[in-house]
Design a protein around this ligand. Structure first.
Ligand code: FES
Length: 140
């Protein structure tokens, strides 16, 4: 009895599935974003993950990583993260290319990273202004 009604509901839902798909395709192209704007967007390459993400000018590196499913934290880092306030030092990344395209190191970074190489940054403190290549969890 219920199998018939399930089939009926599936058949009845097919036209509805087509409509949202068309709507989703339209939503991928934002009318306010021009092709030249997309080309000028900073590109973040996550080396270990072999993934490239595009960001708006001045985007926060930690936010863009998390938004793109990049795992910045070690197991202990996940337990101790401050959530992006520059207090825990667990979001350390190594910048292998494009260091000049990030905002300057903050005082917090100078303190937290004083024993690390100059190309290490706290992702939560770094703003992206151009193409960068990032190694997450450096030394792990
Ligand atoms: S998330 Fe805590 S210092 Fe970056």
């Amino acid at each position: 009895m219920q199998t018939g009604s399930k089939e009926d509901s599936q058949r009845g839902s097919e036209p509805e599935l087509d409509q949202p798909t068309e709507q989703r395709a339209e939503q991928t192209v934002e009318p306010s974003t021009t092709e030249s704007q997309v080309k000028s967007m900073p590109c973040i390459t996550f080396v270990k993950e072999d993934k490239v993400a595009f960001a708006a000018e001045g985007a926060n590196l930690r936010f863009k990583a998390l938004e793109n499913g990049i795992d910045l934290y070690t197991f202990m880092g996940k337990m101790m993260t401050c959530g992006g306030y520059g207090q825990c030092g667990t979001c350390v990344v190594e910048i292998v290319e494009g260091m000049q395209n990030l905002s300057p190191r903050t005082e917090v970074e100078d303190r937290k990273l004083r024993k690390k190489p100059d190309n290490y940054r706290l992702a939560c403190q770094a703003l992206v202004h151009g193409a960068v290549s990032v190694v997450t969890k450096p030394g792990k």
